[in-house]
Ligand binder design. Sequence first.
Ligand SMILES: [Zn+2]
Length: 516
Amino acid sequence: MKNQFQKLLLCFLLAGNFVVAQEEQIINNIVNEAEENSQLEELAHELLDVIGPRLVGAPQMNRAHNWAVQKFESWDIPAEKQQWGEWRGWERGITHIDMVHPRLQTLEGRQLAWSPSTGKKPVTAEVITLPEVTDSLSFQKWLPNVKGKFVMISMNQPTGRPDYNWEEFATEASFEKMKRERDAQEAAWREKFRNMGYTSRTLPVALENAGAAGIISSYWSQGFGVNKVFGAYSKKVPTLDLSLEDYGMLYRLAESGNKPQIRVEAQSRKLGTVPTFNTIAEIKGTEKPEEYVILSAHFDSWDGATGATDNGTGTIVMMEAARILKEVYPNPKRTILVGLWGSEEQGLNGSRAFVEDHPEIVSNVQAVFNQDNGTGRVVNISGNGFLHAYDYLGDWLEKVPDTVSQHIETNFPGSPGRGGSDYASFVAAGAPAFNLSALNWSYWNYTWHTNRDTYDKIVFDDVRNNVILTAVLAYMASEDPERTSREQIKLGNHPRTGEPQEWPTPRSPTRKGGLD
Ligand SMILES: [Zn+2]
């Protein structure tokens, strides 16, 4: 009997060793595949340079979904586009802006997303600034002056040098003075809008209704040469974003009485109402196929550039991790899904729709790993308010190679993330979802939603680091003998309002967007 027991124990220990050895082998294989056979550069090139920006409702967004489905299938991973809604269809055409008076200069700018077109023929017109008015009545009296003119509706920035540059080189007195004057100028600008009786959203419509030829704005992103580029509010005439440098020049020329004129060709096509999708890829689980590990990244972008770091990098991390898993771990215990979401930028719409449409998946989520804040290596992971997240996520992270995990600070149990990216759609539904939060690499000023969010800003070694992290976490989450706990922390009172806090609740997506 004793002998029998010893045999059994030996078997058990050997099996245990076998599991550990197999685990090490798979993790080594993940690292090797990520480092020796990386597809990241090619994926980034095809997505960012060939397909380009991925604005919801634009043909390129659909092209990107088709490309992703084909890519997954070329790796033997079944994938499909899942429609969740409809959006206003619009295709960006060329934007050419030249100053033609008092001298000739080609300007740096572009139409905002969904901007109406100038039509086939370019429009040449004078550029004017907004008046100083004391009340809405005097503004209404002034309004007919906009007829046939381009109207500048953004404050003229006093400096195109970012504050960090001032801090480095200016005298302290001069830096302080600049900031004081800029604060006063911003206060006066807000006062001007109050006096006119409009906001920056409602003013473009009032101007076009009064006969303006177009709207010019400039949304400086507080770095050298960077502007944020969002959507237009005008319905009939184009809205253009101009670089700070060119906007300032036109502004000064208009204020000094030089009556600058520009010639604008802004083309675009309205495409009616088009379907919107998520791309979902699946590596089917073998032992627990009805439980899910989800690799999550939004696929859409704004279209001032090619959306390289928001969220091209998160996208290629999840695609590459899935490719590697399929290669080295083709028969996962649990099902591994990749969700490339549409229309995150307009309010997490794709992931909210997925959560709403697939309760059977969401209630069986083992873990969601989301990445969406740029090209940097992951430096932060929060337990998102799941009381026992440390017990499982902490265990999985222990298996991540030191070269990757050494950069990561964890925060357990943390508190539930309420927005900012798609993990929040899952957290709100009570599913253990975690955001792989990256080192910022000047994300907020230089690439996030800007005209400079392009391939050259990608730091591929950091992205590769994130692929290894994601693939190992997905592997460990899939293999874990235990189902993850969803128990939530008790939330205290809000530090500011003193009100008791509630766990966030799921919100429905916008399923019909951009239509009037
Ligand atoms: Zn994003």
